[in-house]
Design a protein around this ligand. Structure first.
Ligand code: NAP
Length: 495
């Protein structure tokens, strides 16, 4: 059983949830627990087991036992599982959307969109794995044939953040299971309740016993599942700092690291302004700015600066900040104190360097928790500010004035993060000029940097701190499988 109710000291009761290890819903071996608290209301949503390293080891062992059985299933059987998961996610979108909103903080509509996106990831992974083909390579020796096959890695350690707590895990779980791997998954603690719900959907769809193991806990648990020799590959999405530690723990294991971004949005003087303002505002304020692909800094040309500023202020002031389950709400609270404090720090730093807050600028008052942050537009941000050097991850549109495309590219590339960027221009020449020079893994032209269809190869630019490897459609299947070459000497085969 995944859940029961537990009495609290104040006489109320809370949902008690469990981890899923070796086909069973279980508590931590030492009985330790933690609580997940709604950023929207401050109420305790659930009490969950806090795993230690020993629990993590048991989970890895369980996945190891299931590994051979899962790898032996056919691609078509696995595709069927993926479609069943997608059907369940679609059917449960209403209930899960509410829980996702309450635990993560995003408005209900965004939560339901995330569930639909996750369902699509499972459907795509199922279809992709059925079409996964490999090559036959000409041999220099006429007596030999060389063929390649793709095989699962074995057990994949999956570690995920809290900003898309259904969508991001689904990127890994869909492709890992579709490709015949087993998984040990550690979600971010603040979104553990919704991780239980996703696990329930997979179990209901018939995932093989031991193939999906869910462990809660903190960095030590993550470190254990990454380092443990019983895991054979790693899928990690999170901050650049944690990603570097994960890379060290993983050693030479195959790794997919999807890390932080500081999305430059370049708006050139020849841009379609309506389009640019709408896309940029979406990139700044959607999910309260907690997107690795956010419009983190807006590099704007001299002729369009004032119009862009005015448009962004208008957009920010039309946002309805409030409880994520209220129908009129278009922005909810930030997920946790760390991200709220960092947003404040970046605004303070920019102001100290001479920037001006045009609207917003701090936390909202009179709401149930201190995590509601006003949508903020800040002008006159300098290239040496924290906004330009680090990821903010809050609902802020910081404008940096640039003279032309060359200066925009120079400012954008000065940051050591390089995930997604965007360019608004009506010139095809400018579009290619900027796209080819921006040091980002993905560049969207006349589209917000936050646009991703789940199928386009996605990841960090080499040499930057935004990660290694590629997610997205067939790219995820490739990342979560290994290529094996079989060299056949047909002169010595009988028959
Ligand atoms: P985080 O602090 O790095 O945590 C991510 C996950 O890693 C959590 O489950 C965390 O557990 C765990 N973790 C932390 N240190 C670890 C270690 N040494 N070994 C193993 N696991 C460890 O990131 P976050 O604050 O949850 O998420 C926000 C970050 O994720 C942002 O930087 C954002 O840009 C990035 N992100 C990137 C993408 C992408 O696709 N590139 C997508 C979404 C988000 P604890 O919380 O218990 O420490």
């Amino acid at each position: 059983m995944s859940a029961s109710r537990v009495a609290k000291a104040d006489g109320s009761d809370a949902l008690e949830l469990r981890m899923h290890i070796a086909g069973e819903w279980v508590d931590a071996a030492d009985g330790a627990t933690f609580e997940t608290v709604s950023p929207a209301t401050g109420e305790v949503l659930a009490v969950l087991p806090r795993a230690g390293r020993e629990d993590a080891r048991v989970a890895v062992e369980a996945a190891g036992h299931a590994r051979g059985r899962v790898a032996a299933t056919s691609a078509f059987e696995r595709a069927e599982l993926c479609h069943a998961v997608a059907d369940i996610l679609n059917a449960r979108a209403g209930d899960l959307g509410r829980e996702l909103s309450l635990e993560q903080g995003k408005p209900y509509r965004e939560a339901v969109d995330e569930l639909a996106f996750a369902a699509e990831l499972f459907r795509d992974a199922g279809e992709n794995v059925k079409r996964l083909d490999t090559g036959i390579i000409p041999s220099i020796d006429p007596g030999k044939r060389i063929l390649t096959i793709r095989q699962p890695h074995g057990v994949v350690a999956v570690i995920t953040p809290w900003n898309y707590p259904i969508g991001i895990p689904s990127e890994y779980l869909s492709a890992a299971l579709a490709a015949g791997n087993c998984v040990v998954w550690k979600p971010a603690p603040t979104t553990s309740m919704i991780a239980v719900r996703l696990t329930e959907c997979l179990l209901q769809a018939g995932v093989w016993e031991g193939a999906l193991n869910l462990v809660f806990g903190e960095a030590d648990v993550g470190e254990e599942i990454v380092f443990n020799p019983g895991t054979h590959a790693v899928g990690f999405t999170g901050s650049s700092a944690a990603g570097n530690l994960v890379a060290r723990s993983a050693g030479a294991k195959p790794m997919l690291l999807e890390l932080g971004g500081n999305g430059p949005t370049i708006i050139l003087d020849d841009a379609d302004l309506e389009l640019a303002i709408e896309g940029t505002a979406f990139g700044c304020f959607s999910n309260a700015g907690q997107i690795c692909q956010s419009s983190e800094r807006i590099l704007v040309g001299p002729k369009v600066h004032d119009a862009v500023l005015e448009g962004l202020v208008r957009n920010a002031e039309s946002i309805r900040l409030g409880h994520p389950l209220e129908e009129t709400t278009t922005m909810g609270p930030l997920n946790n104190e760390g991200v709220a404090a960092k947003t404040e720090e970046h605004i303070g730093d920019a102001v100290e360097r001479g920037a001006a807050v045009v609207t917003g600028g701090g936390r909202a008052e009179g709401l149930p928790t201190s995590l509601y942050h006003l949508p903020t537009v800040i002008d006159g941000v300098t290239a040496d500010s924290l906004f330009n050097r680090e990821e903010t991850f809050g609902p802020v549109a910081p404008l940096i004035a640039v003279r032309n495309a060359d200066e925009a590219i120079e400012v954008a590339n000065a940051c050591n993060l390089g995930l997604c960027g965007s360019v608004y221009t009506s010139s095809l020449r400018h579009a290619f000029y900027c796209s080819e020079r921006l040091e980002c893994g993905v560049v969207n032209v006349n589209e917000t940097p936050a646009y991703w269809d789940g199928r386009t190869p996605f990841g960090g630019y080499s040499g930057k701190a935004s990660g290694v490897g590629r997610l997205g459609g067939m790219a995820t299947i490739h990342s979560l499988t290994q290529l094996k070459s079989i060299v056949l000497d047909i002169e010595h085969v009988r028959g």
